[in-house]
Design a protein around this ligand. Structure first.
Ligand SMILES: [Zn+2]
Length: 276
């Protein structure tokens, strides 16, 4: 058992209306996919009773869940109240996510705002550390995952995310391979994908490869990094080489597809994975 599960960022496009999270989980199971990311990107509006129903549905259908925190987070904000609301949004996602039974939550940490990256890093580490201590007090064991980001204006290089993961208990990376490709203009070949997985293994230990949270999609990019997500086959992203590297490193966990066509590319990735 084990291996990688494939699924969509939010409910699949072909979900029946009203496309609630529960409808989405049912559709994931019908499609033969294995996981779904609940998108709290515009705010955490699910209540506890609803979250319990989501957990029941996901458990009964064997669909693994993750959650994406609201976009409006900046742990490097210069105003204390913005730091506080950013921390609250991560906490709310972890609290409701935990009731939903998610294994991990992912979030966009910060913008540099022109600050030297090491200063931004220290702030993000301090304020995320406070969040992690609060979750520990609440006995909330959901993995908290800062995401590798696609624009040079955004905090979240591979190294920054791996550093946070080594320094803060309960923090692990969400590696968005499309973002990293868009940000660097490189990292689009088997050997480069393998080098990322090798770094994860060396920095975080082999067990980190048993518990991966990955984002994948096609992507358009330019000098300022990510422009927009694309369907895999309309992009230059060498997804078959990524899948091969993940397989060779025996990576386990979830691969969340963020292509505009969502489930089509999730199925494409899954079929590629299963056909090797
Ligand atoms: Zn994201």
């Amino acid at each position: 058992m084990g291996g990688l599960l494939f699924g969509t960022a939010g409910t699949p496009r072909s979900t029946k209306l009203p496309k609630s999270s529960i409808d989405g989980i049912e559709r994931i199971a019908e499609l033969g996919l294995g996981c779904m990311e609940i998108e709290f990107v515009q705010g955490v509006r699910m209540g506890e009773a609803g979250a319990r129903l989501v957990a029941e549905k996901a458990t009964s259908l064997g669909v693994k869940l993750t959650a994406h925190a609201p976009y409006f987070i900046n742990l490097n904000a210069h105003e204390p109240e913005k730091i506080k609301t950013s921390q609250d949004r991560i906490l709310q996602t972890a609290r409701i996510g935990s009731i939903c039974g998610v294994g991990s939550i992912v979030f966009h940490s910060a913008f540099y705002l022109g600050d030297p990256p090491d200063e931004a890093y220290n702030r993000v580490k301090e304020y995320l550390g406070e969040v992690m201590r609060q979750l520990k007090r609440e006995n909330n064991r959901v993995w908290v995952r800062p995401e590798v980001m696609g624009k040079p204006s955004q905090f979240g290089t591979l190294e920054e995310i791996l550093n946070l993961s080594t320094e803060l208990e309960g923090v692990a990376p969400c590696i968005d391979f499309a973002h990293w490709h868009a940000r660097t203009g490189a990292f689009n070949s088997y050997s480069e994908f393998a080098s990322i997985l090798q770094q994860v293994k060396e920095r975080l230990g082999a067990t980190a490869l048993d518990n991966m949270h990955i984002h994948a999609s096609g992507i358009a990019y330019g000098k300022k990094g990510e422009i927009k997500h694309l369907n895999l086959k309309e992009s230059d992203f060498r997804y078959a080489e990524l899948v091969k590297a993940l397989k060779d490193y025996n990576a386990k966990g979830v691969v969340i597809c963020e292509s505009p066509n969502l489930e089509e590319d999730a199925l494409l990735l899954q079929e590629t994975y299963n056909s090797r």
